[in-house]
Every structure is written in C-alpha cells, then in structure tokens.
Write a protein that binds this ligand. Sequence first.
Ligand code: GTP
Ligand code: MG
Length: 312
Amino acid sequence: MLEREGYLRALLESYGGVAFTSGESRSNRLRRKDGLVMVERISRMKLKICLVGERAVGKTSLLSRYVFNTFDVVYKGTLGSKMSLLSFKQIVAGNELVEAQVALFDLMGERAIRDSFRDVVFWGAHGFLAVADVTRSHTLQCLPEWVDCVHSVAGEIPFGILINKIDQAPSGNVDPKDAKWLQSTFPDVPYYLTSAKTNEGVEAAFDSLIEGIVASVLAKSMTRRETKLISERLLDFARRRGNCGVTKNDLLKAFKVTDISSLMKEVEDLNRLGLIILEPTGPASFVIRLTDKGEKELESIERTERIVEEPV
Ligand SMILES: Nc1nc2c(ncn2[C@@H]2O[C@H](COP(=O)(O)OP(=O)(O)OP(=O)(O)O)[C@@H](O)[C@H]2O)c(=O)[nH]1
Ligand SMILES: [Mg+2]
C-alpha cells in the first residue's frame, strides 16, 4: 500500500499535475511545477481504452504494471475480459482541471473470443493499445487483424503499438526485419518498446494514448465553447441595447474578429430558437431585439456552474 502511494506521489511529481489512481482519486489539490493551481473550470469525461493482441504477449502484465506497479512471472491467461478503472486528473492551459474516468479493458488474446464478443468489448472505445511479444515475430504479424477488428466496431479511433518483453530481446531491440515491416505496415502509428517486467516504456505508452485522447476531446469541446461564446455575447449585446436593438452595422463593428458567415449563422440560429427577433429594416439591413425567452436563457447561462460533463 505504502509503495503504491509512493509510486502515485512520484507520478504526481514527475508529471507536474497528472495523477493516476485506481478507484477513488486521492488528491483534491493539484500541484504544478510552478506551484499550487487555482482551478477555474472543471471538465469531466469518461474514456474507454482496450488492450488487444495475441495470447501471452503481456497485456494483463502491462495493465498490472501501469495500474498497480506490480509484475507476476506466473502466466494466468485472462478468461474473457477484465476491466480496471482509473481516475485521471490533469491541469491544462487556462487553469482548467480535467477529471477523466478511464476504463481499461483487458481482453483475452483468443481470436474466437474476440470474434464472438467484439461488439460488446470494442463498442464505444476511445482508443486502444495493440500488444506484441518481441520474442515471437508472428504476434507482430497478427496486429493488423486486431487493429482492423477494433476499427470495424469502434471506428478509426487512435491507437499505439506496444512491443513488449523487450527485456528478453537478444539485442535489446526489435529484429530489423520486424522493425521494417512495422514501419511499412503502420507508418503513422506511435510504437513503444516496453517491458512489463522492468517497467521500461510502460508509463510513456499508456500516458501518451490517454493524454492524446483527452487533448482531442478538449479540442472538440473548445470549438463548441467558442460557438457558444459568440451566441452569449450576441444575446448580451441585444440585452444592453434594449428597445433600440442592434443594427447590422453595430454587429459588424462589435464582432470585428469573427468571420461574417459564422456570425450571420449564429444570428439566424438565435432567431430560429426564438431568443431574438430579427426585424428587416431594408434589403440588406436589420435590427435585432432580445425576446423574453432570450432574457431567460441569458440569465440561466450566467447562473450555470463552471463544471461541465464533456460529451465524448
Ligand atoms: N520477461 C517478461 N515476461 C513478461 C513480460 N510481460 C509479460 N510477461 C510474462 O508473459 C506471460 C504472459 O503474460 P500475460 O500478461 O498474462 O499475457 P496476456 O497477453 O494477458 O495473455 P492472455 O490473457 O492469455 O491473452 C506471463 O508469464 C508474464 O509474466 C515482460 O515484459 N517481460
Ligand atoms: Mg491476459
């Protein structure tokens, strides 16, 4: 237990604001390298990540190493599939705290099982790690089949390749023939040389997949937020102008940095939703006034908590 706490503390320090725990998260205060952080916004998300690959390549061992920092030399093949939950916290730019619940699915490396349960296991996954054993070349050759199988259910989700048991590779590296094959088969996919036994490369592989997924969810959410911000500013502008309303010229001056087509689209959407009234005053001019419904919407936006569940 103490060892695990030490391990978690080490992780927290080395990642400057990133903590991984199984079960309940242990830290409410997050420390970044430049001091304690005042969190201004919290984004919560749930992620599903799978581990796939042939039998005995080390999927369960990699997971145990990453989650519990343990390793067992005895092979106990996984029956069916097993799930581990992790709570992931990270401070991102703008003092935003990301809280992700990560469900890691460890699947038995049996093709018959994979083919029978692929829909259940891979559906809704956000990313996966495809594992091969460096000492058994054919486990590498089988990876395209595993990758296609996950993609056929979950869509083109991101993944990384783990070439495991690197502690047993005769030269400490991948056979040059296998390395060449890997580069031509998966030219743009990141791959990691790992050892669940020595812990080499394990954290880097899992962390970079999880962080990549979190970054892409946040990027999508940022676009949604920017659109939302334009509509909030538009409603607020119309409220401040009251009965005088906002003319097209006022609008173009106030929203100089926004491109006209997305601005006009927002105006049309708000009009369609009944939050503003758009009154034409000439062939290419209009005046905008806030409706009662718009007033209420604005009040509710202002009351909204700064905690968001990110749709993923
Ligand atoms: N030397 C060494 N042995 C490893 C490593 N990773 C796993 N093993 C051993 O390889 C055997 C298989 O490991 P598992 O983690 O059970 O493999 P798996 O991919 O989960 O197997 P299935 O559940 O049957 O699909 C075990 O005896 C592990 O101790 C490693 O990095 N180095
Ligand atoms: Mg297993």
